[in-house]
Design a protein around this ligand. Structure first.
Ligand code: M1P
Length: 234
């Protein structure tokens, strides 16, 4: 009989974006992860995952895929990483794109080079939760990320890929090194939970290859509800 593995995105799926996991859900997840084969797959980096999900719970997962699977951990041990950086031309393109966006509250640290991936944020990674929330509201009507990522992919798509991610940003990586690469490490049937499971979203490549996927539109509470109702005592 084929076994099932569960893969979870973090921001918008296990937690509110850039916030810590809810304590009641955390307790439930400790038990769920002990009783099932579970993985984390996030666009975010390792320090942010530990900050939000907590070190104890994070390390209980079979493997944790940070930076869209470009930085992998087994417990506290590094398991693998991709060496890739934005080229000078790509960095310049992003700087110009930032200048061209008519958004009033730019807080700094807009282009973050992570391990095997880069993140381009409209409000900047220095933004407070309130500033992020204003940016996310602005972005829902302006959709600047859509046009910037399309143009980026038109110019650099031969070997690089940009995808709309999270609430304020774009994740960028070597072509094919998106979250879909996670599945190379898993032979079980896969149930995936993510909040960007649509073409152009950073969960799409993994979602479309999973046996079952859940598009999470209503935050971690929806993930909690699905797990309780459909997979408890799985
Ligand atoms: O995990 C989802 C995304 O979370 C952040 O995006 P944002 O700050 O725009 O909400 C980023 O860490 C991004 O890389 C990540 O994919």
């Amino acid at each position: 009989m084929m076994m099932t593995s569960f893969i979870f995105d973090v921001d918008g799926t296990l937690t509110n974006a850039r916030e810590a996991i809810d304590p009641v859900f955390e307790k439930f997840m400790h038990e769920f992860v002990e009783n099932n084969t579970c993985y984390i797959c996030t666009g975010s980096d390792r320090p942010k995952t530990l900050e939000q999900v907590g070190e104890k719970l994070t390390n209980k997962f079979e493997l944790t895929f940070h930076c869209s699977g470009n930085h992998i951990f087994k417990g506290n041990q590094e398991y693998g990483k991709t060496n890739w950086q934005l080229s000078k031309e790509q960095y310049k393109f992003l700087e110009d794109a930032l200048d061209s966006i008519d958004y009033p509250e730019k807080t700094g640290n807009h282009i973050e080079q992570r391990i095997g991936t880069a993140n381009f944020s409209i409000c900047g990674r220095n933004a407070t939760l309130e500033q992020r929330s204003r940016c996310s509201k602005w972005e829902s009507t302006h959709q600047a990320r859509q046009s910037i990522s399309e143009e980026f992919n038109r110019l650099f798509g031969k070997d690089t890929e940009a995808l709309v991610a999270g609430e304020t940003s774009i994740d960028i990586f070597k072509l094919g090194h998106n979250k879909g690469q996670t599945l190379e490490y898993i032979t079980d049937d896969v149930v995936f939970f993510g909040d960007k499971c649509f073409p152009g979203g950073n969960d799409w490549d993994i979602a479309k290859q999973s046996n079952v996927f859940y598009q999470i539109d209503h935050g971690w509470q929806q993930t909690f509800e699905i797990l309780r109702k459909q997979y408890h005592n799985h």
